[in-house]
Design a protein around this ligand. Structure first.
Ligand code: FRU
Length: 501
C-alpha cells in the first residue's frame, strides 16, 4: 500500500472532475445502495468522527477516501467528510472538511472528535505519517495529535503545531483517536494506544485551554492485558455511571463471544474521579452482537440525550460493494440509557419521521409458515412476539420466493438463545469468521422486537434495545419476501411494519 502513496494527491479538488464523477457513477449503479443510511458517494466510509451539535445543527464527519477504489493514479488519503443535519436523519453533504495536506497528516487525517465551545467547534484528531526511509524499505509510522476549530461558516482552521509529536515513552506509534470532553471547565481527551509490550490501553490527557495538554496516565481498568491495541475509545458519563466504549483489537474468540475480526466493547462502572484515572467497572461486554459494527462515537445532544453512531463495517474486510467502488455505511443513530445497571440502545425517535405507509401484522402461527409478501427491503418492523409453549420462531428476511435464500433470525425459547444466520443471505462476506452469531438470552413469554432493514443491512433491537444485532446483507434481486416459521408450538405476532422514506 505504501508504494501507492507516491501517486497520492492531497485534495480531491486536484483530481480531474471526470475521474471523480466516474467513481460516483460506478457506485450509483450498485444494487446495494442504501435508502436511509449514510454512505459515501464513492470510495470508503469508515469511522464516525467529530459527532457533535454546533451552531444549531448536528455535525457528523467520517473517515473518507473517495478515490480508494479508483483505477486512476491519484490515490487520496483518509480525510474527514462533513455532513450536517437538523434532525439526525436527513443529512446534507458539505464535502471534505479536513484533507491530508500538512506534514503532520500527510498519510491520513485519522479519527478524532469535536466539542462545541461558544462559537467554535473544537476538534482533536490524529495525523498519520510515515517516515520515508525508502532506501532500506523501512517505513516508520509517526503519529501526531492535532487540533483545529471550525467556525460558524463551517470553515476548519488548523493549529500550526501538534499537541503531541510521535508517542510517549513506553508506547508504540499506535497512538491515536482522541475523544474529547469537557467537565468543570477542564478539557479531557482519551486516546487509544499500544504499550511497548504490545498490549492495548487508553491514555487520558487534560488541558484547561485546549492548547497545552498534559497526560494523566492510563485509564486504570481491571484489564491489564486485553488485546494488542485499543482503537477509538470514548469515555462519557451517563445516568450517574461512567462508560468506556472502545475497540480492543486481538481478542481471541471464545464460545459465541468475539467472533468478528475486531470487536467493539464497553465497560460500565462508576464515574472516573478525574484527575484520578481509576475506573471501577463491571466485566467486559460486546456493544453489538451482529456481524458488522465498529468504531462507535457518542455525542451529547442539546436535550441531554447520549447518542451513538457507528461504522456498519469492519477494518480489513472486503465487502461486495467494492466491486462498485465504495464501501461502508453508518448505523442508524441510537440513544443510550442505563436501566437497572444494564445498557439499552434505542433507535432515536427522529427515525419515526422516515415512516411512510403502515401495515399492521397480526398472526397466530401453529407449527406453520407464513409468507408476508413485502415489496421492498426498506422497512421498520415493530413487533411483539408472544410464545405460548417452549417453542421457536424463525423470521426469514431478505428471502426469495422459495425461502431458500434468506437472512434468518431464530428466537429459540427452549434453548433461551437468539441466533442470526447469514449463510444463505446472498453474496458472502468474511465467512472465515463464521456465518452465524448467537447469544444466550432468557426469552420470556413476551418479546419485543424492532428491526430496521435497508437495501443491504439489518439492525435488530431485542426488548427495547437490551441487545442489538447489526449486520450488512448483500441479497439478490429476488430476495424480497419475509417468512415467519413457528416451530413446536403456537406463536402470536402483533405489530406494525412501516415502509421507510
Ligand atoms: C479504526 C481506525 C482508527 C484510525 C482510523 C484510520 O477503524 O483504524 O484507529 O484512526 O481507522 O482510518
Amino acid at each position: 500500500r505504501i508504494k501507492e502513496f507516491r501517486n497520492m494527491v492531497a485534495h480531491l479538488s486536484d483530481v480531474p472532475i471526470s475521474d471523480v464523477e466516474k467513481e460516483q457513477s460506478i457506485a450509483q449503479a450498485s444494487p446495494y445502495r442504501q435508502t436511509y443510511h449514510i454512505e459515501s458517494e464513492s470510495g470508503t466510509l469508515g469511522d464516525p468522527n467529530g459527532f457533535s451539535y454546533f451552531n444549531g445543527k448536528y455535525h457528523l464527519f467520517y473517515q473518507w477516501s473517495p478515490m480508494a477504489f479508483s483505477k486512476a493514479p491519484h490515490y487520496t488519503q483518509h480525510g474527514w467528510k462533513h455532513l450536517i443535519s437538523d434532525d439526525l436523519v436527513n443529512w446534507q453533504d458539505l464535502g471534505a472538511a479536513i484533507e491530508s495536506d500538512t506534514k503532520y497528516d500527510k498519510y491520513g487525517t485519522y479519527s478524532g472528535s469535536a466539542i462545541p465551545v461558544h462559537d467554535k467547534l473544537l476538534m482533536f484528531y490524529t495525523g498519520n505519517t510515515w517516515i520515508n526511509t525508502e532506501t532500506d524499505n523501512n517505513w516508520l509510522r509517526v503519529p501526531y495529535q492535532l487540533t483545529a476549530f471550525m467556525d460558524k461558516n463551517n470553515q476548519v482552521h488548523r493549529s500550526n503545531s501538534p499537541i503531541i509529536e510521535g508517542t510517549f515513552d513506553g508506547y508504540t506509534a499506535h497512538f491515536r483517536d482522541p475523544k474529547v470532553w469537557q467537565k468543570d471547565s477542564q478539557y479531557y481527551a482519551i486516546l487509544g494506544v499500544q504499550r511497548k509490550n504490545l498490549t492495548g490501553t487508553a491514555l487520558i490527557l487534560q488541558s484547561d485551554d485546549f492548547e497545552k495538554w498534559h497526560s494523566l496516565g492510563e485509564l486504570k481498568t481491571n484489564y491489564e492485558e486485553l488485546g494488542y491495541m485499543w482503537e477509538c475509545p470514548d469515555y462519557f458519563e451517563i445516568d450517574d455511571k461512567g462508560m468506556l466504549i472502545f475497540c480492543p483489537q486481538g481478542l481471541k474468540s471464545s464460545g459465541s463471544q468475539y467472533q468478528n475480526i475486531y470487536q467493539t466493547c464497553y465497560l460500565l462502572g462508576d464515574q472516573v474521579s478525574l484527575p484520578q484515572t481509576d475506573f471501577k467497572h463491571e466485566s467486559l461486554n460486546e456493544l453489538d452482537n451482529g456481524f458488522d459494527l465498529y468504531a462507535s462515537q457518542t455525542m451529547l445532544a442539546p436535550d441531554g440525550r447520549r447518542i451513538i453512531i457507528s461504522w456498519m463495517g469492519l477494518p480489513e474486510t472486503a465487502y461486495p460493494t467494492e466491486k462498485y467502488h465504495y464501501s461502508g455505511c453508518m448505523t442508524i443513530p441510537k440513544e443510550l440509557h442505563i436501566k437497572n445497571g444494564e445498557l439499552y440502545q434505542i433507535p432515536i425517535k427522529e427515525m419515526n419521521s422516515l415512516r411512510k405507509n403502515c401495515h399492521s401484522l397480526n398472526e397466530r402461527l401453529e407449527n406453520e409458515t407464513v409468507d408476508l409478501k413485502l415489496k421492498k427491503m426498506s422497512n421498520e418492523f415493530d413487533l411483539t412476539v408472544k410464545f405460548n409453549d417452549s417453542n421457536a420462531l424463525m423470521l426469514d428476511l431478505f428471502a426469495d420466493a422459495l425461502d431458500q435464500r434468506r437472512f434468518r433470525v431464530i428466537l429459540n425459547k427452549k434453548k433461551n438463545e437468539i441466533m442470526i444466520d447469514r449463510s444463505q443471505s446472498g453474496v458472502e462476506v468474511a465467512t472465515e469468521y463464521g456465518v452465524t452469531r448467537k447469544i444466550d438470552y432468557k426469552l420470556s413469554e413476551k418479546l419485543n422486537l424492532k428491526i430496521y432493514t435497508d437495501c443491504s443491512s439489518i439492525e435488530i433491537f431485542i426488548n427495547n434495545g437490551e441487545k442489538v444485532f447489526t449486520s450488512r446483507i448483500f441479497p439478490n434481486e429476488d430476495q424480497i419476501h419475509m417468512f415467519l416459521h413457528s416451530i413446536c408450538g403456537t406463536t402470536n405476532i402483533d405489530g406494525s411494519i412501516y415502509e421507510m422514506k
